[in-house]
Each structure stands twice: as structure tokens, then as C-alpha cells.
Design a binder for this molecule. Structure first.
Ligand SMILES: *Cc1c(COP(=O)(O)O)cnc(C)c1O
Length: 401
């Protein structure tokens, strides 16, 4: 089938999509309708933690689907109970509410913090968030996000999200009033360009929260589930959040997200929170399979090793091409290009690399969240050989663009 024969007109045109229809994937590779294959360092925006269609997810779906798909979110099911138990046992949080997307989990975190402010803190409701942060695309999470323009894009939006500057503790302290109930951040800003909080800054936020009686909320939709080389991102910083959200990698590619909180913050009462598909056993079975892989003793050390290898290779490539700094934690990394070349590099690597030595009928999928920056978020199972291959494709692309 030719690209123009697909009914692309039937989809809302919400973003510029390339003229390819993806048909199947395996591990770090993705194929389109022409049979061309792509080495995938985007992985559904850091979603496919175990790569495309890993056997453990196929098996989990095939095993769970014939047994029970959705009883009702108002009934218990053993699969979501098991996943909640494993998430709490392996984190500093005590209870879980399952959701279907990162934005929905964050929306739940915002509601939980506001409820906590009502019952514990005299009606305090403001949540301090950060410039360049990204928390999702619902109205409240867009308002919480620090993307330029997002506070007015669908005005009137949700008030109560004053913005501080990442790694500037004074800018946070200056916003704290008797209306403040929480501080919310991504331990490493993902969409904002892989900007990590420093351990000192995270410790100061914990101290500010303790001193003023505030909740510390970590949005770990991107940094959680092994991405930084630890099961959760907060474990890199020596502080514990009161509330944590998970998404993306927790489902390994299926819609699954979670809101977790310490016991003291679990203040929802009946009727406060819910959702039709939340905690459905089909998605929870996948979550259990993904977590099971990540808890194998070799998994997180291999993510750390792959992250270090990718970092070294990017640093060398940057030196060879006179580019800027490489940064990140684990397998969430970025490379400063020193010029606004991101879009041209992404397009060339995807469409024009084919035919270059070693890239017969193949391309490379990269992401440029800002014009002068590339972000790398391969499968956590990426091999050194695949990293070498990506570096080769990027090297050839840099020469050609
Ligand atoms: C992707 C992302 C979200 C939104 O998740 P969706 O599943 O797209 O709603 C929220 N926070 C962070 C940090 C993210 O990276």
C-alpha cells in the first residue's frame, strides 16, 4: 500500500507526522509500511522501557486477556492488588491509585495535595512548580507545566501553580505563603531538555517542605521505572517524596500510570477519585511483567552500564564534531548541538540516512525537544552494539547536515 492510500485525513491533525505508517516493532527496531526499518532511540517517548513488543508483555496480555479484562474499578482484582503491593514494597510510598496516563496520575496528585491542604492545612491549595517543567496536557497539568505560553493557551486555566526556577532554592522559598500546600517537580526535567535537579537542591526542597509542612511531589512519569538507572529517580537524590507519579515505562507501551503516596498523604475519601479503567487487570498484568523484569538483579546495573556507555560515546562524538555538552542520568540523556540543527538532524536521520554505508533501507529515530538539543531515550534493554549503531548513524547525519 502507498502512503497516500492510507486514510490519514480521518485523524485530527495535531502534529506534523512523517509520511510513514509504522506496522511492527521488535526491541530497538521499528518497521514502516514500505518495509524500511528504523533504529528507535525515541521508543514512544521513553515509554517502551523493554523495547518494542517484548515477549514478557506479549505473554502477560495473552495470559490475562482470556481470564479478566475489566471487572469494575469499584471491585478488587488480584492483578492490580499484586502490582500495588510490589510498587509499595519497592518504594518509600505506602498506597497506590492506578491511572491510564501520566497526566491523569498528575491530575490525581494535584487533587490529593489540594484535599490534604483542605483537611490538614487550613485550605492551602497552591502547588509550586517549575519553569520548563512538563506535567501533561489536561487543563490542570498544563497549568502546572512551565512551558512558555501554556498558562494562557486555553485560558481561563487552573490557578494555583506559582513557578520557581529549578536548582534555585531562593526562588522556591520566595513563593511559599500560607496558601502553599506542595512543591511539585520532575527530578530530571524531560521535555524541558533533560535538566537534572542537583542533589543539594532536592535536599533543600525536602527541608523546605518539612519546615513549612508542605508535600513534596515527584513527577516520575519519565524518570521512574529504571530510566535513570535506579527503579525510581528519587533514589538518586537521597530524599523521599510524599507523593510520586509514574507513567510511561510502568506500562512498557500500554496505557498504565500510577499515583503513589505516603500514608499521611492518603486523604482521599469515597467519591473523591476514580475512573472507569483505573486498575484494570489487563494493564496491571503488563505492569507486573515489566516490574518483574526490572527487579531481576542484573537489570538496573545494565541500565547504568548502558547509560555510561552512551554518555562516553556521545561525549566523543561531540568532541569530534565540535558540539556542546552531553548530560543526563542513566538512559535519559541529551546532547547540546551548539546551533539550531535539531529538526534537520531528526529529519535526515529518519529519511535520508537510508543508503549510507550500513543503513540500507534503514533509518534512525531521534528526538529534538528543543531546537539546539537532541534527547536520547532508548529502550532500557538497548545493547552496546545498538548504541554503536546509533552513534554511527548520528555521525553520518552530522556530516551530511
Ligand atoms: C510524558 C509526561 C507526562 C504526561 O504523560 P501522558 O501519559 O502523556 O499524559 C507527565 N509528566 C512527565 C514528566 C512526562 O514526561
Amino acid at each position: 500500500m502507498q502512503f497516500q492510500d492510507f486514510p490519514t485525513h480521518a485523524l485530527m491533525n495535531i502534529t506534523a507526522r512523517p509520511a510513514a505508517v509504522f506496522t511492527h516493532g521488535e526491541g530497538s527496531w521499528l518497521w514502516d509500511h514500505t518495509g524500511k526499518r528504523y533504529l528507535d532511540f525515541v521508543q514512544g517517548w521513553a515509554v517502551n522501557a523493554l523495547g518494542h513488543s517484548p515477549p514478557c508483555i506479549i505473554e502477560a496480555l495473552a495470559d490475562q486477556a482470556p481470564r479478566l479484562i475489566t471487572p469494575s474499578p469499584a471491585f478488587y482484582n488480584e492483578t492490580s492488588l499484586a502490582l500495588a503491593e510490589q510498587l509499595t514494597r519497592n518504594s518509600c510510598l505506602d498506597q497506590v491509585f492506578f491511572a491510564n496516563s501520566g497526566a491523569e496520575a498528575n491530575e490525581g496528585a494535584i487533587k490529593l495535595a489540594r484535599k490534604w491542604g483542605r483537611v490538614r492545612k487550613g485550605g492551602a491549595y497552591e502547588i509550586i512548580t517549575f519553569i520548563n517543567s512538563f506535567h501533561g496536557r489536561t487543563l490542570a497539568t498544563m497549568s502546572a507545566s512551565g512551558k512558555p505560553g501554556w498558562d494562557t493557551m486555553f485560558a481561563p486555566q487552573v490557578p494555583g501553580f506559582p513557578k520557581a526556577v529549578l536548582n534555585d532554592a531562593d526562588s522556591v522559598a520566595a513563593l511559599i505563603t500560607d496558601k502553599t500546600v506542595a512543591i511539585m517537580l520532575e527530578p530530571v526535567q524531560g521535555e524541558g531538555g533533560v535538566n537534572a535537579a542537583t542533589p543539594e537542591f532536592m535536599r533543600t526542597l525536602r527541608e523546605l517542605a518539612d519546615h513549612h509542612g508542605l508535600l513534596l511531589i515527584c513527577d516520575e512519569v519519565q524518570t521512574g521505572m529504571g530510566r535513570l538507572g535506579t527503579l525510581f529517580g528519587y533514589q538518586q537524590f537521597g530524599v523521599e517524596p510524599d507523593i510520586m507519579t509514574l507513567g510511561k515505562g510502568i506500562g512498557g507501551g500500554v496505557p498504565l500510570a500510577a499515583l503513589l503516596a505516603k500514608e499521611d498523604a492518603c486523604v482521599f475519601e469515597h467519591g473523591d477519585q476514580g475512573g472507569t479503567y483505573n486498575g484494570n487487570p489487563l494493564m496491571a498484568a503488563v505492569g507486573l511483567a515489566v516490574l518483574g523484569e526490572m527487579l531481576k538483579p542484573d537489570f538496573l546495573p545494565s541500565v547504568q552500564a548502558a547509560g555510561e556507555y552512551l554518555s562516553q560515546k556521545l561525549t566523543a562524538l561531540s568532541a569530534a564534531h565540535g558540539l556542546g555538552a552531553e548530560r543526563g542520568l542513566g538512559l535519559l540523556r541529551a546532547l547540546e548541538l551548539g546551533a539550531e540543527r535539531g529538526a534537520a538532524i531528526v529529519t535526515h536521520a529518519r529519511d535520508a540516512l537510508a543508503g549510507a554505508p550500513g543503513w540500507e533501507n534503514a533509518g534512525l529515530l531521534l528526538n529534538s525537544p528543543r531546537p539546539s538539543l537532541l534527547r536520547f531515550m532508548p529502550a532500557l534493554t538497548v545493547t552496546h552494539g545498538e548504541i554503536d549503531r546509533m552513534i554511527d548513524g548520528l555521525d553520518q547525519t552530522l556530516r551530511a547536515t
